[in-house]
Design a protein around this ligand. Structure first.
Ligand code: EPU
Length: 335
């Protein structure tokens, strides 16, 4: 069942060469439960879109390949519940929802990764986060092998955060996620500037969910590297939240600094802007680099090691700290 010494390069979107001492791809819940009951510690690998592998993995690697999408009726005639298994590719799932005229996920088009990991960091883009349409999920508790149900309030979703990244880190394997979507009277979210501009440029005044999805796809393609062409893991850093006092000091020196008020006392600033100001945008160090269109994204031009990417990240963290007195936080899971 387990294969020995398998390269994980095809299984992580950074395209980093690292090896699994043993590896299995699971396609059923029973198979997963069986493996969990026999192996005390496992390394769960899903879409591999939010990890940086800096070493080989000695724990048994379990690739989650559970597939299937189910439509469940809702008591509300304008709504539908859609339950997707963890191993479904996120973007294909979003396109499937749009093809069925189920609304709510269109702004999250083209995000790399799988359905099962989407709630871990509450994926978000263009004014929408997964928590906005999340209904519930089922997860396997690793120590007991039992299936537990988590409703929205159990997940404690925040900006790129959930209980699965914090108190329950490594304790559960998400096996399926149910979304509450609209069947008609879709609530479109086109307030994000770039979406409006894209729709306008295409002469679309009354957009459908498909139009919004296409706009998001076009924006992402223009800014973000396709992991199939250049290895990457999306945003490498989180956008930091700083105090308004700190922000006022920065604004004096950098009047053009982009910012979003969060509370009366805090302001979010884009990490991409900070990294660009430090001169890293488009820079390349061997095969590790900073993307030319979005400084928040670190890239592997081919044969970078996880360590090389990590060293570049450290250099960026240090320079941003020296320049702006801001400690950026890494968003990607380091292994
Ligand atoms: N900016 C720069 N230089 C750059 C990048 C950005 O000056 O190199 C400035 C832009 O001009 C703009 C601001 O920063 O004023 C924000 O840029 P953008 O709209 O591209 O969004 P972001 O804050 O950099 C976040 C998410 C992305 C998501 C976009 C759109 C995080 C960490 N990242 O990026 O998420 O697609 O908003 O909603 O919150 C991901 O998580 O992998 C990801 C790509």
């Amino acid at each position: 069942m387990f294969q020995k010494n398998i390269s994980l390069k095809p299984y992580n979107t950074f395209g980093i060469e690292a090896y699994a001492e043993s590896f299995v791809s699971v396609t059923s819940l029973t198979q997963l439960q069986n493996i969990i009951s026999k192996n005390k510690e496992v390394f769960i690998l899903s879409g591999g879109s939010n990890i940086l592998l800096t070493k080989n993995i000695s724990k048994p690697v379990v690739h989650l390949n559970l597939k299937g999408v189910e439509i469940l009726e809702s008591p509300n005639p304008n709504e539908v519940f859609v339950k997707a298994q963890a191993g479904e590719n996120w973007h294909e799932f979003v396109l499937w929802c749009i093809a069925n005229n189920f609304g709510g996920l269109e702004n999250l088009s083209l995000i790399p990764g799988n359905v099962g990991t989407s709630p871990m960091q509450n994926i978000g883009a263009y004014g929408v986060e997964i928590k906005d349409t999340f209904y519930e999920l089922e997860a396997l508790e690793i120590t007991t092998g039992k299936i537990k149900n988590f409703k929205k309030e159990d997940c404690n979703f925040g900006y790129r955060e959930s209980v699965f990244k914090n108190i329950f880190r490594g304790k559960y394997i998400i096996i399926n996620v149910t979304f509450q979507l609209t069947k008609n009277q879709h609530k479109l979210n086109t307030s994000y500037g770039a979406i409006q501009t894209e729709l306008k440029n295409n002469g679309i005044a009354n957009p459908t969910i498909k139009n919004v999805s296409n706009a998001v796809i076009a924006i992402r393609q223009s800014k973000l590297p396709n992991p199939k062409e250049i290895g990457n893991s999306g945003s490498f850093f989180k956008n930091p939240v700083i105090s308004t006092e700190h922000f006022k000091i920065l604004k004096k020196e950098y009047p053009e600094i982009p910012h979003y008020p969060i509370t009366k006392k805090t302001v979010k600033v884009p990490a991409g802007w900070l990294v660009e100001q430090c001169g890293f945008k488009g820079k390349r160090f061997g095969d590790a680099g900073v993307h030319k269109n979005q400084a928040l994204v670190l890239v592997n031009y081919g044969n970078a090691t996880g360590k090389e990417i990590f060293e570049l990240a450290q250099k960026i963290l240090q320079t941003v700290n020296n320049t702006f007195d801001i400690d950026l936080e890494i968003e990607v899971n380091m292994v």
